[in-house]
Design a protein around this ligand. Structure first.
Ligand code: E4P
Length: 219
């Protein structure tokens, strides 16, 4: 499974990119607002930081024609920009037009398998089902990922399932087990994935024993 980072925080992206841990970046209007930066400036910087990896930047228009115009503008920032459009009727129209012109499109705000089916038929490169927001209303977000993976597999759709609104370490692991192509994860959560109390406990014990041994590796 590919790992995207879900943020517009360039410091966080730079650190993860340098470690080679991420395969792409997703942003949305709320994340851009949080960065307190101009969308064109911040997306350009992100595209430079991740050198050719996919970077999703979202349109804010609600009518297809304007979405396409915004998408064209965003896609001119860099060749690795993926235009994000909402899963509405107009969003699907815009997806068809943009993808027909060779632009990669991420269809976002997906909350049902039927929506995902329409996105795939509209030529989406990625479908973004929001796991956490479904869990928030006592529905099973991961079940939706499983349904979409099954449907896309049944018909060999090329659209990639990008598990979004990922909130917990279990979400990441479950998305990978189900076969999501990508999970987009906030940077703080990516860092938490490394943690395990037995690792800390084991390391403390190894270091304590090493100290007793008086040995040195670098002299
Ligand atoms: C996906 O691309 C969205 O940016 C994101 O995953 C939304 O997550 P949230 O529900 O935690 O805001």
């Amino acid at each position: 499974m590919e790992l995207f980072v879900d943020t517009a925080d360039t410091n966080a992206i730079a650190e993860l990119a340098e470690m080679g841990l991420i395969d792409g970046v997703t942003t949305n209007p709320s994340l851009i607002m949080k960065s307190e930066r101009d969308i064109f400036e911040v997306v350009r910087e992100i595209c430079d930081l991740v050198e050719g990896l996919p970077v999703s930047a979202e349109v804010v228009a609600t009518e297809a024609e304007s979405m396409v115009a915004e998408g064209v503008r965003l896609s001119k920032i860099a060749s690795n920009v993926v235009v994000k459009v909402p899963l509405t009727w107009d969003g699907l129209k815009a997806c068809r037009i943009l993808s027909g012109d060779g632009t990669k499109v991420n269809v976002t705000l997906c909350f049902s398998a039927n929506q995902a089916l329409l996105a795939a038929k509209s030529g989406a490169t990625y479908i973004s089902p929001f796991v956490g927001r479904l869990d928030d209303i006592n529905l099973d977000g991961m079940e939706l990922i499983a349904e979409i993976v099954e449907i896309y597999d049944n018909y060999d759709f090329e659209t990639q399932v990008l598990a979004a609104s990922i909130r917990t370490a279990n979400h990441v692991c479950d998305a990978a087990k189900i076969g999501a192509h990508v999970a987009t994860v906030p940077p703080e959560l990516i860092k938490k994935l490394v943690l395990h109390p037995l690792t800390d406990k084991g390391l403390a014990s190894f270091l304590a024993d090493w100290k007793k041994s008086g040995g040195e590796i670098l002299k």
